[in-house]
Design a protein around this ligand. Structure first.
Ligand code: AMP
Ligand code: FES
Ligand code: ZN
Length: 305
C-alpha cells in the first residue's frame, strides 16, 4: 500500500476517505482535521490561552502535541485520581511529555484535596468509580480553566467517542443530553469555561496511528476501573458498520452536528438556556443548577475533608 499523497510506503489506510497515508502525510492529515475543527466550530484562536486536559493516554497527548506544533498557546491539566500504579504511570508520562516541550502543566491531586483516591471515595458514597471520577474531573477541568483565566478547556474526545455517545443518547432518547452534545460548548456565564473537542473529526485508529508515528510516549493500559461496558459495545457496533460501509461513523455524527446547526439552532441557544438555570454553588461558587453543586454534595457525603 502506497501513500496517496507522496507514494512513500503507507502506514494507514483510511477507507472513509478512499485514501492511505505515510507517517508524514498522516501527521499533516490529522493536523488539518484539527485546524478545520477549530475553525468550523469557532473553538479558539492563536491569541487564546488553551488548557488541554491530559490523561496520559494517546488521544489527549496527541491533541496537546498537534496544538503545540501548530503554534497554539497551550498548557496541560492532569487530574491525579489516586488509582495506584495506573495513576503513577500516567502522571509520569504527562510530566515527561510537557517537560520535554516546555509546556506548563497544572496537576490536581485528588488524594490531597479530596482526602481519598477515586476508589475509596466511590466506596464511601456508594457510587460507581467512573461516575465519581466523572464528577471530580469535570469539576476540576472547569475550575482550573476559570481560576487561571484560560479562554477554553480542550479534551481529547475523538470521532469514535462522540459517535458512541450520540448512539447511546439516541437509543435512550436522552433529549436533554442531545441538546448539550457538541464539539464546542460556549461559556454560558461567569464561572463556566468554554469546552471544546478539537479531535472530533479524527477517528480513534487515526489518532492511535498519529501517536505511534510521532513516537508519543503514552500510557497504553486502560484505567483498571473498566470503562462503561455500554460505550465499548456502542463503539464496537459502530466499527462493524464502518467496516461494512466506510464513512458511516462520520456521517452519523457530522450529520447530527449539521442538523443541530441548520435546525432550530439548539446548540447556539444553549448559552441562553444555561444562563437562566445556572447559579453559583453556595459552598464553592462554581456554577450549578441547584443551591449546592454535585461535587460539593458528593464531598459532603464522603466526609473525607
Ligand atoms: P475519558 O473520559 O477517559 O475517555 O477521557 C476523555 C478526555 O478527558 C481525555 O481525552 C482527556 O482530555 C480528559 N481526561 C481524562 N482523564 C483525565 C485525567 N485524569 N486528567 C486530565 N484529563 C483527563
Ligand atoms: Fe475515571 Fe478510571 S475511574 S478514569
Ligand atoms: Zn460546590
Amino acid at each position: 500500500m502506497r501513500c496517496r499523497k507522496c507514494s512513500n510506503k503507507a502506514v494507514l489506510g483510511i477507507p472513509r476517505h478512499h485514501t492511505a497515508f505515510c507517517g508524514t502525510c498522516l501527521t499533516d492529515f490529522v493536523s488539518q482535521q484539527v485546524m478545520r475543527a477549530i475553525k468550523e466550530e469557532d473553538m479558539f484562536t492563536k491569541a487564546d490561552r488553551v488548557l488541554v486536559a491530559v490523561s496520559g493516554g494517546k488521544d489527549s497527548l496527541s491533541l496537546l502535541d498537534v496544538l503545540h506544533r501548530l503554534g497554539y498557546d497551550v498548557a496541560g491539566l492532569y487530574v491525579d485520581l489516586g488509582i495506584g500504579e495506573y495513576s503513577r504511570l500516567s502522571k509520569s508520562k504527562v510530566e515527561r511529555f510537557t517537560q520535554m516541550r516546555g509546556i506548563r502543566l497544572h496537576v490536581h491531586q485528588v488524594l490531597e484535596t479530596e482526602g481519598a483516591g477515586i476508589n475509596d471515595l466511590s466506596d464511601l458514597i456508594h457510587r460507581p468509580a467512573c461516575s465519581t471520577c466523572g464528577t471530580i474531573k469535570r469539576y476540576h477541568f472547569n475550575r482550573t480553566a476559570v481560576e487561571h483565566g484560560y479562554a477554553v478547556l480542550a479534551t481529547g474526545h475523538n470521532l469514535d467517542d462522540e459517535a458512541a455517545r450520540l448512539l447511546g443518547n439516541v437509543l435512550h432518547w436522552q433529549t436533554e443530553y442531545l441538546k448539550k452534545q457538541g464539539p464546542s460548548l460556549p461559556d454560558s456565564l461567569d464561572g463556566f469555561a468554554k469546552k471544546v473537542k478539537p479531535l472530533f473529526r479524527v477517528a480513534e485508529r487515526e489518532v492511535a496511528a498519529y501517536a505511534i508515528v510521532n513516537r508519543l510516549d503514552y500510557i497504553v493500559e486502560e484505567c483498571p476501573n473498566a470503562k462503561g461496558a455500554k460505550m465499548l459495545l456502542y463503539k464496537d457496533m459502530l466499527n462493524r458498520l464502518e467496516h461494512e460501509s466506510p464513512g458511516t461513523k462520520q456521517m452519523f455524527y457530522w450529520g447530527f452536528l449539521a442538523m443541530q446547526k441548520t435546525g432550530s439552532g439548539q446548540r447556539l441557544s444553549m448559552a441562553e438556556n444555561d444562563r437562566a438555570i445556572l447559579q453559583p454553588c453556595l459552598k464553592c461558587s462554581q456554577p450549578t443548577t441547584s443551591e449546592i453543586c454535585g461535587y460539593c454534595r458528593m464531598m459532603a457525603r464522603a466526609q473525607t475533608v
